[in-house]
Design a protein around this ligand. Structure first.
Ligand code: EPZ
Length: 430
């Protein structure tokens, strides 16, 4: 199994190209199930989650081909991939595949909308919490679907004549619920109103792609989305949005090591809350044409309290990375996690590097320490793993990060991007 070896202490200087967002690419790929025509996605990141979803979609009959011109290009450019679901050959998504990637549960919506039925394995829990799908199923029921749970599967059927527009009022903001509602409503008969919709940029990206395919959607990016169903959708060409979590991750790395890095091909409005917090820690954050510049030259790291919230609040997917930064702050910070109940798995690993963190329910109390020291570490999910990389970059000596496959799910060319800014990072295979 691959490991990553990091020798800490170097400042980061230079530029890092930001990839297309994993969490936008996955629902966009799934949306290709809605049409027999070709959906061409540009700027798709090279990630194991993308490859796995290509396999999963292949089981349903989607032909996915990577544009030859892009193959072998470096990390500055994502891939262009064509998805064609001419015929849906199977409406079942089995446990073996869905259990490997939760987002694949979302195929339930386009399969139901296009084929009138779907049988999709319930995804089960994962390292960051129980993560139920009750609200996704509630949304489908609101459009007239019959929903049964049978032997670990959600079995859904549209009424005769197809899904009907309806009112979906989410009791809690859910990104996956909003993606599901959108993909089901675009082909329903009549109007659907989605209230308390997630406002995440990835929801807006999905809505824009669906609109390019011929859907009628108003209000994406606000709490109320209105969808006027259409009878069929066509193909389109759509670039995947920049990855705001990758942007924030490298921004925090620079804030921690010091230095001056231009994060290219990304935008401040995708993560304003995160950037505001970084500025309060003492980092200099400036928007430039084509990217965001992060600088910290000398000066300490000020402690800042943070609470995770749905967009536009501080994202849960940056909580672990921010905690890494706060382990070196000049004082005590409080980090409250309100989205997932078990997203503090990185705490005990950060402690191995010398961090002082106390947990009290959903609150982490972080006492900044002047020095971290390298150590062997491992983590249980993607964002937790990268928080260890960030801490290691600022730690004295060598850190070996195990279970690198977590990082490969969501960070394209991580080592290369850090090395080009002067970090000492290498992947050790086997
Ligand atoms: C998406 O997960 C992201 N995944 C997550 O990123 C991200 O952390 C999360 O949104 C929140 O921003 C992808 O986009 C692939 P939710 P999702 O439905 O859609 C509860 C990463 O590291 N809930 O918005 O699954 C749920 O338990 C990943 O890239 C229900 O109670 O998250 C949570 O407490 C991790 N019932 C809250 O809502 C439901 O039916 C928000 O979850 C659905 C969700």
């Amino acid at each position: 199994m691959d490991r990553i070896r990091i020798v800490g202490g170097a400042q980061l200087n230079g530029s890092i190209p930001i990839s297309g967002a994993k969490n936008a690419a996955l629902p966009l790929m799934i949306a290709s199930l809605l049409t027999p025509e070709t959906v061409v996605l540009e700027n798709v990141p090279r990630l194991s989650d993308v490859r796995l979803l290509m396999r999963i979609l292949g089981n349903h009959g989607v032909d996915a081909s990577i544009d030859g011109k892009r193959v072998g290009q470096d990390e500055d450019h994502g891939e262009t991939i064509r998805f064609t679901a001419k015929t849906i050959v199977d409406t079942t998504a089995p446990y073996e595949l869905v259990s490997r990637m939760r987002a694949s549960f979302w195929v339930i919506a386009p399969l139901l909308a296009r084929m009138g039925e779907a049988k999709v394995s319930l995804p089960g829990g994962c390292a960051i919490g129980t993560r139920p799908v009750d609200l996704l199923l509630m949304a489908l029921e609101a459009l007239g679907a019959d929903v049964q749970i049978d032997a670990g599967y959600a079995v859904v059927r549209a009424p005769t004549g197809g899904l009907r527009g309806g009112r979906i009022d989410f009791p809690k903001v859910t990104v996956g619920g909003t993606h599901t509602a959108l993909m089901a409503a675009v082909l329903a008969n009549g109007t659907t109103v989605i209230d308390n919709a997630a406002r995440e940029p990835e929801v807006v990206d999905l809505a824009n792609c669906l609109i390019a395919m011929g859907a009628k959607i108003d209000g994406a990016g606000t709490s109320r989305i209105v969808v006027e169903g259409v009878t069929s959708l066509g193909g389109c060409r759509h670039p995947v949005l920049p990855d705001r979590i990758e942007t924030g991750t490298y921004a925090m790395a620079v804030a921690m090591t010091g230095g001056d890095v231009l994060l290219q091909n990304t935008r401040a409005d995708l993560l304003q809350a995160g950037l505001d917090v970084l500025a309060r820690t003492g980092a200099e954050v400036t928007s430039e044409s084509g990217g965001i510049r992060i600088r910290r030259n000398g000066g300490g790291i000020a402690p800042v309290d943070v609470t995770t919230e749905p967009f536009p609040g501080f994202p849960t997917d940056l909580q672990a990375q921010f905690m890494a930064l706060m382990t070196r702050a000049d004082g005590v910070s409080h980090i409250r996690e309100t989205i997932f109940e078990n997203r503090f798995m990185h705490v005990s690993e950060l402690a191995r590097l010398g961090a002082h963190i106390r947990l009290d329910g959903d609150l982490a109390i972080v006492e900044g320490a002047p020095v971290l020291k390298g150590a062997p570490v491992m983590a249980t999910d993607l964002r937790a793993s990268v928080s260890l990389v960030i801490a290691a970059l600022a730690a004295e000596g060598e850190t070996m990060v195990h279970r690198v496959y977590h990082l490969d799910r969501g960070f394209e060319a991580l080592e290369k991007k850090l090395v080009r800014c002067g970090a000492q990072v290498e992947r050790i295979s086997g």
